[in-house]
Design a protein around this ligand. Structure first.
Ligand code: HEC
Length: 144
């Protein structure tokens, strides 16, 4: 059976291929961008997670450390902080009334493990012709 989009979260099944626009960005936008997004006046720790160059770069306040190390969640400060048990360390901060579900943490970790690919918004990626659906009864279809 093919996995249907949208059913994954309710079933707690991680997507095979974590997609930035579809799976990751909504989580970051909801839970992180308020303090690590485009608004410079609200930005904390100089960390932007909405831009690849910043998210993958050295942490401005912690030279030598990185929020995201593609392929290496265990070296990524982002993962350490979202999984932290100390309420003073955990992200989003415990007093922010924001929290990540275990599923959301797993999505972020798998995305980093798979290389933390940032994709431009779908509207700017050229369309790719979809593959024809697989048909079991090969004789039925008369045309694609
Ligand atoms: C309400 C504001 C707020 C939200 C929302 C928030 N953060 Fe933070 N974040 C902070 C503050 C303040 C700091 C700096 C103090 C600290 O390190 O605890 C910080 C620091 C960090 C750091 C460490 C930066 C460094 O220099 O070491 C990481 C990584 C981080 N946040 C990731 C996240 C992620 C991922 C999310 C979303 C899941 C998130 N934050 C949501 C306020 C926020």
């Amino acid at each position: 059976m093919e996995q249907q989009c949208g059913r994954e979260e309710s079933e707690g099944v991680l997507p095979d291929r974590v997609d930035y626009n579809f799976h990751v960005k909504p989580i970051l936008a909801d839970k992180c961008f308020a303090c690590h997004g485009p608004d410079a006046s609200k930005r904390e720790a100089g960390l932007r997670l909405d831009l690849k160059e910043n998210a993958l770069g050295e942490l401005p306040e912690h030279p030598g450390a990185f929020a995201i190390v593609p392929g290496k969640p265990e070296q990524s400060e982002l993962i350490r902080r979202i999984r932290h048990e100390d309420p003073l360390e955990v992200m989003p901060p415990s007093d922010s009334k924001l929290a990540l579900s275990e599923f959301e943490k797993d999505v972020l970790e798998k995305w980093i493990k798979q290389g933390a690919i940032f994709k431009p918004h779908w509207a700017f990626t050229p369309p790719v012709k979809a593959a024809l659906p697989k048909v079991r009864k090969k004789k039925w279809p008369q045309s694609p």
